[in-house]
Design a protein around this ligand. Sequence first.
Ligand code: PMP
Ligand code: GLN
Length: 414
Amino acid sequence: LPDKYQGLEKNVWVEFIQLALENKPVNLGQGFPDFAAPDYVTGSLKDVVTGPDVLLNQYTRGFGHPRLIAALSKLYSGFVGRNINGATEIIVTVGAYEALFCSIMGHVNSGDEVIVIEPFFDCYEPMIRLAGGVPRFIPLRPKRKEGVVHASDFVLDEAELESMFNEKTKAIIVNTPHNPLGKVFTADELQTIANLCQKYNCLAIMDEVYEHMVFEGQKHIRMATLPGMWDRTITIGSAGKTFSVTGWKLGWAYGPAELIRNLQVAHQNAIYTCCTPIQDAVARAFELEMSRLSSPECYFNSISVELQTKRDFMVKFLKEAGMVPVIPEGGYFMLANWEPLAPKLLEHLKDEPDPELDYKLVKWMSKHHKLQGIPPSAFYCADHKNLGEKYIRFCFIKEDENLEKAAEILKHLK
Ligand code: PMP
Ligand code: GLN
């Protein structure tokens, strides 16, 4: 393994997806829906592939298929309240993963620092290191530990946050709605971050893949809409998340041309162009949704309603199982604090070889109870893993039937 990959061998998805293949558990681990995507989304792909325009099965424009670029520029021009130029201010990528990769590879120089908020989607750290950058980690800390805990109770300490910035800071990565907490950053929280980005002249890389999944009383705010922030913000989205087709692995980034240009250079030297039919099908899906954005039928609205019921059910059964759930405001994951069960469970975990307690718990549960979660310490840096160990992450974009099975398993956990 070349030097640049040394230390990056371990990957939580590789490990736990393999575990799920072996144990065939009720799988609330990796984040994907276990139910069908909307018919018109999958139907569009069929139409594209078998339709009269045979060229839709051939290569398309490298930085994004024209029909999809047109749809994205129309959609996000509306959301951010400015005219987004599809030719220069948007790039289509292989999932949000590649948009993150190109944002980081395209902007981070050797020795540059990138601020990462914990818990963080795990790939941020290896991508920063590969680019030669230095990740600086700051945890969201719960200001309330007893009673009902909401994701909004997890906050950044402002003084601690400012202490992370200096002349070497290139960017901060912010994920809202947040995986795994389900926190939806408030306008005030985003403004605090925006002020620091401006004061220290750095970029905001916004991972907004769960932008349409926000529950009642919550609003997703785009950093790019804050005063002075368009010029220094790259915003990332995902068709997989947006339309419940995670296997399609299509994403994008938008922002000012000078910033997106660097992503284009990274992309053209690695991937060059994404899958044409998938892009055309996603364009058609957006065209339909744009005609009914404020209707309850719009998938962006209906999915949140559907998810909120699932969230509430999961909160209930986690409490009944003796855990303390952190109630999410958006996204489709939930952390549950399992400390109250530790006296009962630790005995079983002693034979599991991993150093982190949550890794032991997830493996034991998958093997012996056929229920799979994800260990949140994977979303913390080496020095902060203890902050994640008392939690387990569950995904709730799953059939009710499977959530009920999980509830039943947890009831009998011993
Ligand atoms: N960011 C976050 C916060 C995620 O949860 C995920 C997982 N889908 C991604 C990025 C990557 O998305 P994609 O599947 O589109 O590559
Ligand atoms: N974003 C999803 C999750 O957090 C999928 C991650 C992945 O496939 N690497 O579960």
